[in-house]
Design a protein around this ligand. Sequence first.
Ligand code: BV8
Ligand code: ZN
Length: 247
Amino acid sequence: MRLPGEKVEEARRLLEETRFAGVLTGAGVSAESGVPTFRGKDGLWKQFRAEELATPEAFARDPGLVWEWYRWRRNLIREKEPNPAHRALVELEKRILERGGEFGLITQNVDGLHEKAGSRRVIPIHGNIWEVRCADPACGWKKVDRGELDPLPRCPECGGLARPGVVWFGEALPEEALVEVERILRGCDLFLVAGTSGVVQPAASFAWAARRRGAKVIEVNLVPTPLTQAAHLAFHGPAGEILPRLV
Ligand code: BV8
Ligand code: ZN
């Protein structure tokens, strides 16, 4: 059993030597900003179930209820600020790019806090809760709107229903995001997974894919997850404390 100090030293060495780092974040990275996670004890979905709300079927059945949940979440997180976990990832990106390395931050989070903290190479694979778009894909209207929304927002182009600009269960991830993810998984020599329960696919398979291609994997999460087995180094505790120590 390696002493924590040795583990920290080894993780720091990997972060200093990497030529191409990939990162995957989940709700745990935003937890210390006061953004509720999905499945933890204060989980968002405790009172709701994903199948009831974050699916096209739920929206077709009761768009008002689905919008009520997203408007509640938007109001809850609008004033939240990035925490030290987000800032450590901004610092990591800056250092790696400054020394001519490659960097990509894949996030499952839809709260926009990585961008708010200053991360540049962000790939939001599950969309953006601040984006509103036409529910009819043929229409194509969309807009980032951080304001208060109507109970049932309409598309100004075609008058149809608008929907949150996020990826629901059963929906494919954006093609351009998947292309970028593939480039990272193929090229990275280090893959850092932070604040995700490793349940949702396809994101939960990224660390395994990176490891299979020879990358070193580091996990930072409050508790062990199915991804702990994929990690060469796993740190269990708050990301807001651990990430700044590693970076
Ligand atoms: C797809 C956007 C195919 C919306 C989200 C079986 C049955 C049914 C479906 C499936 C199935 N098996 C696989 C599927 C597919 C499904 C899936 O994975 N289901 C799971 C539930 C089994 N996946 C999909 O449907 C995906 N699409 O597969 O499409 C396809 C292909 C082609 C054509 C058509 C279709 C789409 C998945 C995207 C769903 N959208 N979000 C919204 O936000 O409302 S997912 C949602 O979960 C969020 O994005 C969230 O980020 C994500 C993952 O959750 P986590 O981020 O990990 O958060 P969680 O709370 O779970 O964990 C937080 C962790 O942090 C915990 O471990 C906690 O301990 C830790 N933590 C807490 N505090 C801290 C901390 N760590 C560190 N520090 C702290 N302070
Ligand atoms: Zn429209």
